[in-house]
Design a protein around this ligand. Structure first.
Ligand code: ASP
Ligand code: MG
Length: 440
């Protein structure tokens, strides 16, 4: 069984939706189709929710009307027959009545999450009805019947698998099974979600739960690239990556994949293929446990990083110091990305600065603190590049003109990370593109 996930841009226009129907029907065997909301919808729902939380009902209503109009024109183009145009009309009216009901009630966090779920609920229903109009046999399997997260917001992989297997068995003669990405139920049985961009994660969780042959993520780019195409002119899609390489790239900046996506796939050894809906012949990127060793495959950059330096003579030849430092970050639920230490000082980086002031106050108890904002992590990724002779020389040679704030190497053999001020990012990515990949 295959799991195929189509992102917002792949379903965002009626002709694209029609195109993916062709892609799906041309793919043999039983498959689960995971759909995102139409592009722009979740952003609009976030804006509506934010207005409602601020009790700005007028601004919210304006956004709701604009979104409803968008859906009206969408269905007008999607369906051909009067019967299905009327069905589409009924679906859109029903959703917008519900959205307005949410808006009119006591709007809290729970209503907000329900509001956010409407994007995927409507896209899958419209898509399902389009298949009906085309007389293609398909079923809609509600994600809210099987996708759950626990009290720590972690997906309940085992339970998802236990629920999904009998459900799929009962649908066995049907080749096309459609479900919603992103949405789930939480431990209070309320509607919740897997965080922005979470449809990829849904696809991977399903793929892992049913031990799929392959998870395909269809987006609007032809795979993971060796460098950031928004910053450097020449890049190319990487044909093969290991799970570890892909995780590092997804986490450190490659926007194509939700960073948690790889985890369930890797645990169950289900390959993930990245494909381009706009260019279906392009080979894309295959992510699996196979890979070539010793070369840098890609460079990614993560902005918005804050570096914190803690200097303390108490650290000199002492033990337990780092534990105390880490406990502060644990207490404020703030993940650390990079770390480098000397005998009397430690530097580390974070990207979530929500609790920075409190963290600083706590850390001052240990020594003097310096904080640098606007930093960028440049992450170089390749299977077993860690111990390779000459690799660091190449990297530092490329970055010879750029001041480097921190370096981290040896933590994983797949990654070399360098911290620089964001003003040097463009220069660094271009220099690395030239020196490492011969692309000037
Ligand atoms: N619709 C959700 C979002 O825009 C989930 C997704 O597209 O993956 O974040
Ligand atoms: Mg996405």
């Amino acid at each position: 069984m295959l799991v195929l996930k189509f992102g917002g841009t792949s379903v965002g226009q009626p002709d694209r939706m029609k195109k993916i129907v062709r892609l799906i029907t041309e793919t043999p065997g039983q498959k689960i189709i995971v759909l995102s909301a139409l592009s722009g919808t979740t952003n609009a729902l976030v804006r509506i929710g934010d207005f409602l939380l601020k009790e700005d009902v007028i601004a919210a209503e304006k956004e709701i009307t604009a979104l409803e109009n968008h859906y009206q024109s969408f269905i007008a183009e999607l369906y051909t027959t009067q019967t299905f145009k009327a069905i589409g009309q009924e679906i859109v009216s029903r959703f917008f009545i519900f959205i307005r009901l949410l808006a009119a009630g006591q709007f809290d966090d729970k209503s907000y999450r329900e509001l956010l779920a409407q994007g995927e609920l409507i896209s899958t229903e419209l898509f399902y009805q389009y298949l009906q109009e085309q007389k293609i046999n398909a079923r809609l399997l509600p994600a809210l019947h099987f996708m759950t997260i626990d009290e720590n917001e972690e997906p309940e992989v085992e339970k998802i698998s236990q629920r999904l297997k009998p459900l799929l068995k009962s649908l066995a003669p049907v080749d096309i099974i459609i479900t919603q990405g992103y949405i789930c139920r939480n431990h209070r049985n309320e509607i919740d979600n897997l965080k922005r961009g979470g449809s990829d994660y849904t696809a991977s969780l399903i793929g892992a739960a049913i031990q799929a042959e392959e998870i395909q993520i269809w987006t609007d780019i032809d795979g993971m690239h060796n460098n950031d195409p928004r910053i450097v002119k020449k890049t190319y899609p990487i044909s093969e990556l290991t799970f570890d390489e892909a995780s590092e790239l997804a986490y450190f900046g490659a926007k194509i994949l939700h960073p948690s996506t790889i985890v369930p796939a890797q645990k169950n050894n289900v390959p993930v293929r990245l494909k381009n809906t706009m260019d279906e012949k392009a080979p894309g990127t295959i992510i699996s446990n196979k890979g070539t060793e010793g070369t840098i495959k890609a460079v990614a950059a993560k902005d918005g990083i804050t570096a914190i330096n803690i200097k303390s003579s108490r650290m000199l030849m002492a033990y337990g110091f780092l534990r105390k430092v880490f406990e502060v970050f644990e207490q404020y639920k703030t993940p650390i990305d990079m770390i480098s230490t000397s005998e009397v000082a430690v530097s580390l980086t974070i990207d979530n600065t929500t609790n920075l002031t409190s963290i600083e106050t706590e850390l001052r108890k240990f020594g003097s603190i310096e904080v640098d904002t606007n930093q960028t992590i440049i992450c170089l990724v390749g299977h077993k590049i860690g111990g390779q002779q000459g690799i660091l020389e190449k990297v530092f040679h490329a970055l010879a003109d750029i001041p480097i704030r921190m370096v981290s190497v040896g933590g994983s053999t797949n990654n070399i990370s360098v911290l620089i001020n964001t003003v040097f990012k463009e220069k660094a990515l271009n220099a690395l593109n030239g020196d490492l990949f011969g692309l000037k």
